[in-house]
Design a protein around this ligand. Structure first.
Ligand code: GTP
Ligand code: MG
Length: 452
């Protein structure tokens, strides 16, 4: 049940980190299901949201949490596939997530997508904790299923403990290099000044009680005010993904972060060409503890209150953009809301020049992140758009004045089949990568070589 009697909404927690560092496994552990086992190659294909009620959290955290200390209803977790940029998760004025868990494999430490996530967390000022995952892979580890981490540490040999410590301090050092003062979470006094590192295992569950405790504590202490919303106000949300659903056509997986969305509401959604005005035909919600991605049997609901993940079925959603705003019209005029959506989209519009490269990205948020990275690298942009690479993009790239600008930089997008031969015949270079800064680096290296 997503309608709350009180006026505090569920904090939104984004789980991010490098590929294979254990984001989905961590959520699996928390929700007691095994989504990752059912997905091809254990790769998360889409973004999903999972609502974990306070009762489940306090059940898992055991002695560490007294549910009476909390009046927040629970936590809404958003899993982000490693190959997908966290920057999709944008909302009016900043990050969609109130708080984040950065998952880092204790053995691997920081990797490219860890760095990318850190950059975005810094830029959006999102508070976060680090889950130092896979402690159970420490040689000689003696697993303590589901126990708090300090209890588990007591059960380890000196040798195992010191090997883990070494890895943990490596991560703390990497956080410091990235400009964040960090320490093991039980040593952190002020979570607004220092990043807490929680050693844990998504496999054995040890340390997971600690993570849930830290997340609840952080939300309750520092974000309670932001969680106080007008529960009956017109709903606001962000498109996570546009998906075709049998019997419904194009639908949008949406995270609602403010107000309430009702079946039959007129909504305005950011679209590829212009805002889409449409009327909700069905609100489809996964049950609590279920996963929006794998849940086949959606439940039709009359309304959804923040914060929640919901699938919206309505006509004309095929041109909706991931990362774009969703606004309920209700007691206002449609024009007013359309203007509001336009204004928000304009905020993320990329500055383009008469000269420059063509940029394509999968979502508005990643397009914005690409534009930032290119601005820092002093690479001008001729055109920037959400979507796969089409013949038109090649034609545009070919018109660039300088040879080095006859290039397309694609982030998380495909080259459309009907564009393949165009690309072969054109004097245009295509760069594709799933890590933004690597994409920019690849392009810079190409320009350097060209100039040599
Ligand atoms: P992407 O979605 O592809 O970015 O990966 P992910 O971060 O969601 O990683 P996932 O949860 O799919 O885990 C990757 C692999 O690491 C799987 O084989 C997991 O079983 C394994 N794994 C995850 N957490 C742990 C852990 O705590 N201990 C051990 N031993 N293995 C783990
Ligand atoms: Mg995953």
């Amino acid at each position: 049940d997503h309608t709350h009697a009180d006026t505090l909404r569920t904090p939104i927690v984004a789980v991010l980190g490098h590929v294979d560092h254990g984001k989905t496994s961590l959520l699996d552990k928390i929700r007691g299901s095994a989504v990752s086992e059912g997905e091809a190659g254990a790769i998360t294909q889409h973004i999903g949201a999972t609502d974990i009620p306070l009762s489940t959290i306090s059940g898992m955290a055991g002695e560490l949490i007294d549910p009476d200390d909390f009046d927040l209803p629970g936590l809404l977790f958003i899993d982000t596939p490693g190959h997908h940029s966290f920057s999709t998760l944008r909302a009016r004025g900043g990050a969609l997530a109130d708080i984040a868990v950065l998952v880092v494999d204790v053995n691997d430490g920081f990797q490219p997508q860890t760095e990318e996530a850190i950059d975005i967390l810094r830029r959006t000022g999102t508070p976060f904790v680090v889950a130092a995952n896979k402690v159970d892979t420490t040689p000689g580890w003696n697993p303590q299923e589901g126990e708090p981490i300090q209890r588990s540490m007591e059960a380890q040999s000196e040798r195992a403990k010191s090997m883990l410590d070494e890895n943990l301090y490596e991560i703390i050092g990497q956080l410091s290099d990235a400009g964040f003062s960090a320490d093991l979470y039980w040593r952190v006094q002020d979570f607004q000044k220092n990043i807490g590192v929680v050693p844990l295992s998504a496999l054995t569950g040890e340390g997971v009680p600690d993570l849930l405790t830290v997340l609840m504590g952080l939300s309750q202490r520092f974000m309670k005010e932001e969680m106080a919303i007008d529960v009956a106000g017109p709903g606001e949300g962000t498109v996570l993904e546009v998906k075709d659903e049998r019997g419904f056509g194009a639908t949008i997986d949406t995270v609602v972060y403010d107000g309430v969305i009702r079946n039959g509401d007129t909504i305005v959604v950011g679209g590829q060409n212009e805002p889409i005005v449409t009327e909700i035909r069905a609100l489809l919600q996964p049950r609590p503890l279920a996963e929006i991605r794998t849940e086949k049997q959606f439940e039709k609901v009359a309304e959804v209150g923040a914060a929640a993940g919901v699938k919206i079925a309505a006509p004309d959603l095929d041109k909706a953009m991931a990362g774009a705003p969703v606004r309920v019209v209700r007691d206002r005029s449609v024009d007013e809301v359309v203007e509001e959506v336009k204004a928000e989209l304009a905020e993320i519009e990329v500055d383009t020049a008469d000269n420059g490269v063509v940029v394509k990205a999968d979502t508005l948020g990643s397009l914005e992140a690409m534009a930032n990275a290119l601005r820092e690298a002093e690479v001008p942009i001729l055109r920037a758009e959400v979507g796969d690479i089409a013949p038109r993009d090649i034609a545009v790239a070919e018109t660039a004045n300088q040879d080095e600008h006859k290039a397309i930089l694609g982030f998380n997008v495909d080259l459309l089949q009907n564009a393949e031969s165009d690309l072969e015949n054109a004097d245009v270079k295509l760069f594709k990568n799933e890590v933004i800064y690597q994409l920019v680096e690849d392009y810079e290296r190409y320009v350097e070589e060209k100039q040599r």
